[in-house]
Write a protein that binds this ligand. Sequence first.
Ligand code: ADP
Ligand code: MG
Length: 339
Amino acid sequence: MNNRRIFLVFFFAVALFFLLWKNNKQLQYVRNSGFIFGTTFSMTYASPDGIDLKKEIHQELMQVVDNSLSTFNKRSILSLINTNQPHQTDSAFEVVFNKAIEISKLTNGAFDITVGPLVKAWGFGFDKSDSLPSDEEIAILQQIVGYQSVHLIDHHIIKDHPETQLDCSSIAKGFGVDVASNFLERKGISNYMVEIGGEIRVSGMNPSGEKWRLGIDKPVEDITFEHRAIDTILHISDMAIASSGNYRQFYYKKGKRYSHTIDPISGYPVNHQLLSATVLAKDCMTADALATSCMVMGTEKSLELAQQLDNVEVYLILAGQDGKYKEVYSEGLKKYLNP
Ligand code: ADP
Ligand code: MG
């Protein structure tokens, strides 16, 4: 062999070594779980060499979501707005606020983040009342409820009524899922499942190299979570999914059932056949807000909305005959039922 040949053989041997070494740096799926925002979270993601990012993700969520949207943190932007103190909105707050207003307009006010005082009056939420409100009380509270009376101007929230309160609990979990997902994507991770309090976003493939399999719960009236049963399984990728239901957060008083979803227009808890609404959308904040919206709007309007919007599908579970359930879903959802 002449020198040139020896060099070429050596060159290819070194190139092959690096190629194999790089491929060996395999994607390993990491699983994390824990507590955040008063609920649970779980994540599975393929990171190079199985690097665990739990601490960083937790930190990112606390920094981004807690500082802006927490009702527990008395210094959060949301708390300052609710107590009429000086504040300046940040980009996270503005993203959520603008999305909330967009969904309010889209749903003709079925979704409304100013509904908090009514939620409290009906005995739910972070500062709740114990007795049922009278019709007069509801009428008075309705005067300070309405997304049209809050305005984001120059990084400030201007309220037409100082008593108006913002409550982002129906959208914050979904936003948190998006924050964690975006964090993973910034790290170059494209195969993941992020879940906070039941709201989920998935990308790429699961550890078996298939689409992610996500179960929709049967609407079993059991607040202990002990009798969780799956209604159906969806096979999805690169989508977010959120559910809202009236089967976990409710109470009975004088034989009547009161749920935690409030119709901002009537001022009363919704009471219809719809037991749970699951929404698929491209981002989890949209899915989360729309799931709550569906619970307010009911079956027909929810199906119409899914028909009208691109990349939005709904799966609804209704109370049927003889204690049985009835499932209805948008046309585009079928493809996720059978992969
Ligand atoms: P979950 O907390 O089970 O995920 P949701 O995402 O539907 O359920 O959020 C329910 C919460 O949303 C209620 O506890 C209440 O604080 C708030 N809420 C109730 N009615 C509405 C509404 N019409 N629009 C926006 N938020 C609402
Ligand atoms: Mg929601």
